[in-house]
Design a protein around this ligand. Structure first.
Ligand SMILES: Nc1ncnc2c1ncn2[C@@H]1O[C@H](COP(=O)(O)OP(=O)(O)O)[C@@H](O)[C@H]1O
Ligand SMILES: [Mg+2]
Length: 449
């Protein structure tokens, strides 16, 4: 009896349906040569497989004849095949060797973001590295998992950074994101203010310009809320500027899937102090999608004023001011021309401490769009990027052509960080991040997330 090709080539003898669904469909119990010849003869990852061009060896032919009653006539070799099948072989897993980190773009709480080249395609991306060591409790691990899940489940949107790949290495979790090469909106407000000739003092945006950026963020929030995602981390550091001056939001580290109520659905006390909604501050209460409209109001305010609402450097005092119901909102000062009445009303309505009456609580993003402050904004045109941004970036955060390189071995946790508590050989990681890998297709329905 001739040895099976599978055993000669050292393949495991798995059920045919798993090994080769096409062969199984034709009822061949032992058609190893499909895979064997494919693997030996086709160097490409996705190759068109012409079944008729495979000529069997004497060992294979008797097998083929034995099963020829269930096989189509061309299988015996007498009739030429009519169909060409495309066989999609298993793709090898993504690894860090597919990417070349080039230079740091930013720093996050659990790692860094690097400009990176995808080696096979030569394309540039942003690589967000989360160090497993720093995800030392289950909440932080859940956070990283949510970030990966939400990023993977969202479809494309013009104002949301898209994840293209994700993979895990022994020490890190890596998210490969579309590159926003012109930095953060934060830098525009605080550092290189376009209306003040790059002065390093916090600047004030003209109302019309501020309204443009807020409107783009509003469209992004609408998209997320329709998919039941509470974003929770809108702030100028997370609003990134694209090459053409449009903005897009990134960083789903604090986001929560499965929230579809303006006041309920989330409990964790998290956020950025300057942008924390009063209902989160109160702690014991649940909060919901209305939190994002508070942050939108705070972003609008900061763009106009240069500082967030009720700002003081003392964080404790700041939180007290936000929580105090009797403390009036001071309008942004020094604006030329002055803030319009509609702009003022919109700011007050978004920054209403009572989430039940806050703008957006009833009617979500549509209610904000319908506010007279946005009356002149063409949201349809905006969504199609037909509206010109108020400012065209002239500088990139990194020299995209430079040959600078960061070695993977240097992508490591800062030595002086105190938080290096997690044992990365802990098998809880394997459980939680078993399906971390991602390759650009939408993979998880948010309802399931
Ligand atoms: N896609 C991107 N393109 C360019 N820079 C980015 C990108 N993503 C993140 N960054 C930079 O890295 C910083 C930290 O990334 P972020 O995702 O916000 O991390 P964290 O969750 O720790 O806040 C950002 O503020 C930004 O400056
Ligand atoms: Mg961030």
């Amino acid at each position: 009896m001739a040895a099976s090709v599978a055993s000669v080539l050292g393949f495991a003898e798995e059920p045919v349906a798993e090994r080769n669904p096409i062969a199984a469909a034709f009822g061949f119990p032992g058609a190893y040569w499909w895979e064997a010849d494919y693997n030996l003869q086709q160097p490409h990852r996705y190759a068109s497989f012409d079944a008729g061009s495979v000529s069997g060896t004497p060992e294979r032919r008797p097998d083929a004849r034995r099963y020829s009653s269930t096989a189509p006539a061309w299988f015996s070799g007498t009739t030429p095949p009519k169909k060409t099948f495309t066989v999609k072989p298993k793709t090898p897993p993504l690894t860090h060797l597919d990417f070349r980190p080039r230079r740091p773009l930013g720093k996050g709480k659990f790692g860094e973001v690097y400009l990176t080249t995808h080696q096979p395609s030569g394309r540039l991306y942003a690589l967000k590295v989360l160090h497993k060591r720093l995800l030392y409790n289950s909440k932080l691990r859940e956070r990283a998992r949510n970030e990966r899940r939400i990023n993977g489940a969202l479809g494309p949107h013009p104002f949301i950074i898209r994840m293209q790949y994700a993979f895990a290495t022994e020490r890190c979790l890596c998210l490969v994101l579309d590159l926003a090469p012109c930095g953060e909106l934060f830098q525009l407000v605080k550092v290189a203010h376009p209306w003040k000739n790059g002065k390093t003092k916090p600047g004030k945006f003209p109302e019309q310009a501020a309204r443009f950026y807020v409107a783009e963020c509003l469209l992004a929030l609408e998209f997320l809320h329709e998919r039941r995602v509470l974003y929770r981390d809108l702030k100028p550091e997370n609003v990134l500027i694209q090459r053409d001056g449009h903005v897009c939001i990134s960083d789903f580290g604090l986001s929560k899937p499965g929230v579809n109520h303006p006041l309920r659905g989330a409990r964790s006390m998290c956020g950025t102090p300057e942008y924390l909604a009063p209902e989160i501050l109160r702690g014991s209460h649940e909060h919901g999608l209305a939190v994002d409209f508070w942050c939108l109001g705070a972003l609008f305010y900061e763009l106009l004023d240069g500082y967030p609402p009720w700002f003081t450097k003392d964080k404790k005092k700041l939180l007290e001011r936000v929580a105090r119901r009797d403390l009036e909102l001071k309008l942004p000062r020094g604006l030329k021309p002055k803030l319009s009445k509609d702009g003022e009303l919109c700011l007050r309505a978004l920054l209403h401490r009572d989430a039940t009456v806050r703008l957006g609580s009833d009617g979500d993003a549509q209610a904000v769009k319908d506010h007279p402050c946005f009356g002149m904004v063409d949201f349809q045109g905006l969504a199609m990027r037909h509206v010109d941004p108020p400012f065209l970036p002239t500088r990139f955060v990194a020299d995209l052509r430079s040959d600078e390189e960061v070695l993977w071995s240097d992508v490591k946790v800062d030595a002086d960080r105190k938080l290096q508590r997690m044992d990365i050989s802990d098998d809880r990681f394997d459980e939680i991040f078993a399906k971390f890998e991602y390759r650009g297709e939408r993979d998880v329905l948010l309802e399931e997330a």
